[in-house]
Design a protein around this ligand. Structure first.
Ligand code: NDP
Length: 615
């Protein structure tokens, strides 16, 4: 099962008396070459085209397992100030900020049966937030809630979303199990007309699109998926009826089953330990190993919680966000694997060769630590070799877990390493890798979500702006926005997204800043008699210039990375650059939004007011 590249990871190794490879320290040049070879193995000409979504023959994958089938309700006809599309953290925080600003006439639309977004859908056993809950969960001081542990589990986070919904009276204005069918700007009335698949008709002055970041699940386009005769589902639609058990595991119905899981990303790292405990046999199909550092979760210390002074959360969030952007503040309040790894941003472009070599050495050392941990934990040297990640620390989302690697020491768990090729075929009986067919009763896709596909594809509808031009038409050459929030031709449409918006390993950091921004812009418009706002072409291009400047170092870094959603599966052109996030610090991003708002009359934006004559 282990794979070997002559002259790379084996160079300089010797065998110990136990038959185990003795650790060696590869040179930076050897590591670079090893990384290059591993990338080459995985590059696919079809890029993001290797994935398929839940449509056509795969539409059964999209059934919501968390609601009773057959929900109906009367259509809603309403006139509101704001329609918010999305009831995840982005939409909820926009709504909470609207309430705080005294704007109460709004509606929230979501396909799901409740609030929560990511945390509504991802209920797989073992799901937890991989960022510290004290910085991840928003508005803790306002809700008076203290998470029970440092890394809260998914049910607690979902319950917190429901608490936010209750705290800000959002349930009364929510339209759940509802999808936007169309959103069209009407120039005559300066209103958006939003219709849904439940025949709702909403007229709104503003539309806020908080459609999610990692919400559109994808399947690998492996030949034969639709022929599989056993049971199968994606991790974001967990079928507890089939598996038994619940979010903490205990899936008793899998005790006599052969279960396969495809994918070894951040989701699989959390779910594999729970499956390993419950399944009769578990086959983990791996294309690229995850990098898994120490988690060290712990319950919240009540004395620490009691000692916190007002303003503590904002301070902690700013500190973590800065550390996770490589800003190196003096203090590290969170003190975990993220802050240890990211306090020096090894992706940034160094001023000279020596400084670059230093950054590379830090990255190599961090990853050597990750690989050494595999050797420490895994009993079988061949399995250990296959589980080692050979890429830079920011090529894939780093994972932190204390039970994932030990799962591979269990007798009922088999790692099927595809050596970078991926699964070859799915048959009615199971999964084929090379010449071997692995029969399974149940096949679980931990294959992730669309990130770099077209925005409107992920959104599920195509807003129509001035003159009926759709967003997909307007963005045919890639997105153009001001701050990722406003886009020309789509007046009064405000987006909360990573497309030209902010980013951080703590997604809540840019989401919080953008949601606050969106609500305050709307408030200023309503107070100031503004009928319509949209950015100028010049302002959009200036913002894209800022994005390109920040993207430069990331692109250079990503060019040496194994493929994945963070580097558009190893490809990239100017169109995909236009869809990139602002890669500068999320604190910078937040400051840019704040400065823009406080600088006066919406610089770079065309404004029409109530008293203006329409023509
Ligand atoms: P990922 O996209 O990270 O992982 C998908 C996995 O499927 C990869 O291991 C991929 O391999 C594998 N795969 C794809 N095609 C094939 C194939 N043909 N054969 C075999 N394997 C294949 O998705 P995840 O759902 O794991 O994570 C997505 C993101 O969600 C994370 O990066 C993170 O941002 C977020 N997340 C956050 C969590 C949190 O706690 N906050 C927890 C879980 C997820 P390859 O790497 O080779 O492409």
């Amino acid at each position: 099962m282990a794979h070997h590249e002559p002259g790379t990871e084996d160079s300089g190794t010797s065998e110990s008396g136990s038959g185990r490879s003795v650790a060696h320290s590869p040179s930076p040049a050897e590591l670079k070459e090893k990384y290059r070879l591993e990338r080459e193995k995985r590059l696919r000409p079809e890029g993001i085209g290797q994935y398929v979504d839940f449509s056509g023959v795969y539409s059964d994958f999209d059934t919501d397992p968390y609601v009773e089938p057959g929900f109906t309700r009367d259509a809603v006809v309403d006139e509101v100030d704001v329609v918010i599309v999305g009831g995840g953290f982005g939409g909820m925080l926009a709504a909470a900020n609207l309430r705080k600003a005294g704007i109460n006439n709004f509606r929230i639309i979501d396909k799901a049966g409740d609030f929560g977004g990511t945390w509504y859908w991802n209920r797989y056993p073992g799901a937890a937030c991989d960022v510290e809950s004290y910085v991840y969960l928003p508005l803790l001081e306002e809700t008076g809630y203290m998470p029970t542990e440092k890394y809260a589990k998914a049910p607690e986070i979902f319950a917190y979303c429901q608490l936010l919904g209750r705290t800000f009276d959002l349930y009364d204005v929510a339209l759940f199990q509802t999808e936007v069918a169309d959103a069209a700007w009407d120039d005559a009335s300066d209103r958006w007309l939003v219709t849904t698949n439940r025949d709702d008709q909403l007229t709104a002055r503003f539309v806020v699109i908080a459609g999610g970041v990692l919400h559109k699940a994808k399947l690998p386009g492996i030949a034969g998926i639709e022929t599989f005769a056993g049971h199968n589902f994606h991790t974001s639609r967990w079928d507890y009826d089939y598996t038994g058990g619940g979010p903490t595991g205990g899936m008793d119905k899998l005790a006599d089953k052969r279960v396969g899981i495809i994918g070894t990303g951040a989701t699989a790292v959390q779910v594999v330990p729970r499956l390993a405990e419950s399944a009769g046999e578990l086959f983990v199909f791996q294309r690229t190993p995850a990098a898994v550092g120490v988690r060290n979760n712990m319950p919240t210390d009540p004395d620490w919680a009691a000692s916190l002074q007002p303003g503590w959360q904002e301070e902690r969030i700013r500190n973590f966000t800065a550390l996770a952007a490589g800003d190196q503040p003096d203090e590290d309040l969170v003190g975990d694997g993220w802050t240890a790894m990211l306090r020096i941003d090894t992706r940034r472009r160094a001023p000279n060769k020596e400084a670059q070599a230093e950054l590379d050495a830090i990255d190599f050392a961090n990853m050597e630590g990750i690989r050494a941990r595999v050797d420490e934990v895994i009993d079988d040297p061949a399995i250990a070799e296959a589980l080692k990640p050979w890429y830079g620390q920011s090529c894939k989302r780093p994972c932190f877990h204390d039970e994932y690697l030990p799962s591979f020491n269990r007798p009922n768990v088999t790692l099927v390493d595809t050596e970078g090729r991926g699964v070859d075929r799915i048959t009615p009986a199971g999964v084929v890798v090379g010449d071997v067919e692995y029969p399974v009763d149940c096949l679980i896709y931990a294959s992730g979500f669309e990130v770099t596909t077209d925005y409107t594809h992920r959104l599920g509808f195509d807003p129509r702006g001035r003159d009926g031009v759709s967003l997909s038409e307007a963005w045919a050459e890639g997105p153009s926005t001001l701050h990722g929030v406003l886009t020309r031709g789509f007046p009064n449409m405000l987006m909360i997204s990573t497309v030209q918006g902010g980013q951080n390993v703590n997604f809540l950091s840019p989401i919080t800043a953008t949601a606050r921004h969106v609500a305050q812009v709307i408030k200023a418009c309503l107070d100031g008699g503004v009928q319509a706002i949209e950015p100028t072409v010049e302002a959009q291009e200036e913002w894209f210039g800022a994005i390109l400047t920040e993207l430069d170092a990331t692109w250079r870094y990503n060019a040496a990375c194994t493929p994945g959603y963070l580097n558009n599966e190893g490809g990239g052109d100017m169109r995909s650059a236009r869809g990139a996030a602002y890669m500068g610090s999320a604190l910078n991003f937040s400051d840019i939004l704040d400065r823009w708002r406080s600088s006066g009359d919406f610089p770079g934006v065309e404004v029409s007011r109530t008293d203006a004559v329409k023509g």
